[in-house]
Design a protein around this ligand. Sequence first.
Ligand code: FES
Ligand code: FES
Length: 161
Amino acid sequence: MTATAAISLTINGEVVEARVNPRLHLADFLREQLGLTGTHIGCEHGVCGACTIRVDSSIVRGCLVLAVQADGAIVETVEGLSDSGEIADLQAAFRDRNALQCGYCTPGMLIAAQDLLLHEAAPSREAIREHLSGNYCRCTGYQAIVDAVEATARARSGGRP
Ligand code: FES
Ligand code: FES
């Protein structure tokens, strides 16, 4: 039997202490032990981006990080960004522009898009596509997603949404 390890981290503003199997991925920890199922699992090997979360202000693949590696980290999931209102306008733009259908890619897509907008106020459509190229969507064809991110950038810069 594998010994569990104690970890302490901050998730969506709350300190969480837990014992985890050292091989448990952070995405599985969030979903299975904390019920934060907004972090989706698609490929489980770093390709699809469905598990994108923020760790210490950088976006990472939750399926490629072990929960023990996040010991002491500040982790933010789509639930946290949603509850705080940080991505409310982005979520509204996704809804208004039909940038989601099944919604499976959406949490990761929102977190990746927000990461871009935090670093670049007025990204070009090419830059949006490039930044989101690690997040797969099987439904939308991406056009509407790029539209929603572009509209949010414009609105945040004081322009017309
Ligand atoms: S589930 Fe992590 S990148 Fe696909
Ligand atoms: S909306 Fe279905 S995978 Fe993107």
